[in-house]
Design a protein around this ligand. Structure first.
Ligand SMILES: Cc1cc2nc3c(=O)[nH]c(=O)nc-3n(C[C@H](O)[C@H](O)[C@H](O)COP(=O)(O)O)c2cc1C
Length: 299
């Protein structure tokens, strides 16, 4: 998830039991022109393997070049983003716009597969809108072009993040291909994820938003609303990883944005968020969390 699944957060999710994490989406043009912000997204470590890195773009040649660059990195697979709904992305024909342009999608997938020494997967939506449900057809095209797995967030571009995911489209998509299909969307607890996995019979499930501030969602038998002590310990581990793998001061806003989410649903959550939002340096943020820990751990 753009702005969220950086290396420290992915490592934390792996520690809590996630089998596999994805990078933030990486701009293929930026990667090919060696833009610093794109190169930074390539950071990984041996301990987080296997990791998937995700590319987005609208140009088959550039996507191929970017895939060749990614192939040189110690990653498990390259994923193609075909689900991002953001205006600035779809306007260029990339992300979810590929769900209404199967020809371009095929060219991009073929180019990425031809230029990658790693397995290639695609992450799709159900389609562009309810009149253009293209997931089953695009899945078939992707399989023919060499993709080895598919993840589906079973909403259309026009659904955005509203309504529920469409089980029927998922089943049709699975029926149309023999490569593994992973299902994504609206899983808010570990049990819900397992239930969906069993109900659909898919290769696996993927969790996005519900893991933010709650990486324990990947662990079995953890209360979905854990104690303050549990939340703070998880956040302290997140901060420790951020100190090792990110430059914390320049990334303060990103870290703050993770930090307050650990207190979602807790009675004192809103007050804690205010305090976190008011911090202006990483050391201020860290001191505040340390003082909170001291108070809570003593209770
Ligand atoms: C802030 C944010 C950033 C996201 N960035 C990406 C991304 O870079 N690549 C991607 O495939 N999906 C991205 N997504 C979509 C999620 O991966 C996921 O498909 C969607 O949120 C539905 O799953 P969920 O209900 O588990 O969150 C993003 C979603 C959010 C909210």
């Amino acid at each position: 998830m753009a702005g969220c699944t950086d290396l420290p957060f992915r490592l934390l999710c792996r520690e809590y039991g996630a089998d596999l994490c994805y990078s933030e989406m990486i701009d293929s043009h930026g990667l090919v022109s060696q833009r610093q912000d794109c190169l930074e997204l390539l950071h990984t470590t041996a301990t987080e393997q296997p990791v998937v890195m995700q590319l987005y773009g609208n140009d088959p040649d550039i996507m191929g070049e970017a895939a060749a660059i990614l192939s040189e990195h110690p990653i498990a697979a390259i994923d193609i983003n075909m689900g991002c709904p953001m205006e600035k992305i779809v306007r260029t024909g990339a992300g979810a716009a590929l769900m209404k342009n199967p020809r371009l999608a095929e060219k991009i997938i073929t180019s990425v597969c031809n230029n990658s020494s790693k397995p290639v997967s695609i992450k799709i939506r159900s389609g562009w809108n309810q009149h253009t449900i293209t997931a089953p057809g695009i899945a078939k095209i992707a399989e023919g072009a060499g993709a080895q797995a598919i993840a589906i967030h079973a909403r259309t571009w026009s659904d955005g993040f509203t309504g529920s995911i469409d089980h029927e489209v998922i089943l049709q998509t699975m029926k149309n291909v023999s490569i593994p299909v992973f299902v994504n969307g609206d899983i808010t607890t570990h049990e819900q994820g397992l239930a969906l996995f069993k109900k659909i019979g898919c290769a696996g499930v993927m969790i996005g938003r519900a893991a933010l501030g709650a990486p324990w969602i990947f662990s079995k038998d953890v209360n979905p609303h854990p104690s303050m002590t549990y939340r703070i310990k998880a956040l302290l581990r997140h901060l420790a990883l951020a100190e090792i793998h990110l430059a914390p001061e320049p990334n303060l806003s990103k870290i703050r944005n993770h930090a307050w989410k650990y207190f979602r649903g807790a009675p004192t959550g809103p007050a804690i968020r205010k305090k976190i939002d008011a911090t202006t340096t990483y050391s201020e943020l860290k001191s505040f969390i340390d003082s909170l820990a001291e108070r809570v751990f003593q209770q």
